[in-house]
Design a binder for this molecule. Structure first.
Ligand SMILES: Cc1cc2nc3c(=O)[nH]c(=O)nc-3n(C[C@H](O)[C@H](O)[C@H](O)COP(=O)(O)OP(=O)(O)OC[C@H]3O[C@@H](n4cnc5c(N)ncnc54)[C@H](O)[C@@H]3O)c2cc1C
Length: 260
């Protein structure tokens, strides 16, 4: 099994600071972590390789400090790490991110399965996984809570809002995983130390077969115009009770407001 895991490093804080000029996140001095859903994606990749053999490669597009997150993935047990890095890739929206990652995956060669997290704790769009699958023209199954592989067939149990759904998908394919799929392992100290010396492949804009007008800010059809914390409104009122009673009370309230 040749598995590629897409991993993003995100700020380890809810209190993100926004650069008012560039409208991008201030990363300097902010502790970073592997995006939590991507820890599950890495764990699932390692488990499938332990079960079926093969290799697990972790791929990220990110600033230089993302190397730290790649080394943690290697310490968890990933076999290889690839870092797409360079100012030309900065400011990418989900389209440009998907395109760049798809080009990097093409360059990595043959693969059987791509695993990504359900979404990041940063842009939070859940668009990159499906975007990469679309760029590569492969099948996708999102919100996976269970994965079984037999030969070239994969059974994926998905979590939907009100039920589960099981799909059968032909490999190669892409899945996005939810937190409940597994419990990520904590790397042992000796593996953390060993991972510090492991080689990481770094690809800059000259190493990647990607069209300059399709990467980074230049290649992004969407741009974040303004990021701001929404105003806090005064607390609303909770109307307790059985539905019919609640509805009556609500209508009464609305009438009173209308009369004001
Ligand atoms: C506050 C904020 C709002 C934003 N809003 C938008 C928006 O509305 N539209 C838009 O197009 N862009 C937006 N962006 C930019 C967007 O965050 C980036 O494009 C980002 O690279 C990917 O989007 P995401 O974080 O939503 O990822 P998601 O689509 O939520 O990520 C899903 C999975 O894809 C993989 N993945 C995502 N990014 C990478 C990466 N760089 N390297 C490797 N794997 C990765 C991970 O496995 C991740 O779990 C926003 C950014 C911020 C900070």
């Amino acid at each position: 099994m040749n598995i590629i895991v897409l991993m993003k490093q995100v700020p380890d804080t809810a209190e993100v600071r926004i650069d008012p000029v560039s409208n991008t996140l201030v990363r300097e001095g902010v502790p970073s972590i592997i995006n939590p859903f991507d820890e599950n994606a890495i764990e699932e990749g390692i488990r499938l390789v332990e079960k079926h053999g093969g290799r697990c490669t972790v791929l990220t597009m990110g600033p230089p400090q993302a190397e730290e997150a790649l080394r943690r993935a290697l310490a968890m047990g990933a076999d290889e790490a690839v870092h797409v890095c360079g100012r030309e890739f900065a400011g990418a929206d989900t389209w440009a991110t998907s395109y760049t990652l798809a080009q990097a995956i093409r360059q990595l060669g043959e693969f059987d399965l791509i695993i990504c997290g359900k979404q990041t704790f940063e842009g939070d769009t859940a668009q990159v996984g499906p975007g990469v699958a679309e760029q590569l023209g492969i099948a996708q199954a999102t919100y996976a809570i269970e994965v079984q592989i037999e030969g070239r067939k994969m059974r994926v149990k998905r979590v939907l809002e009100d039920r589960y759904e099981t799909l059968e998908v032909r490999l190669p394919a892409l899945i996005s995983v939810v937190k409940q799929i597994n419990e990520p392992r904590h790397p042992r100290l000796k593996n953390v130390m060993a991972a510090k010396k492991k080689p990481i492949t770094v690809w800059g804009v000259d190493d990647l077969d990607a069209r300059p007008n399709l990467i980074g800010l230049a290649g992004s059809p969407t741009s974040v115009v303004r990021i701001f914390a929404p105003e806090r409104h005064h607390k609303g009122e909770i109307i307790e009770g059985e539905t019919p009673v609640v509805v009556d009370k609500l209508i009464e309230k609305l009438r009173q407001l209308e009369a004001v």
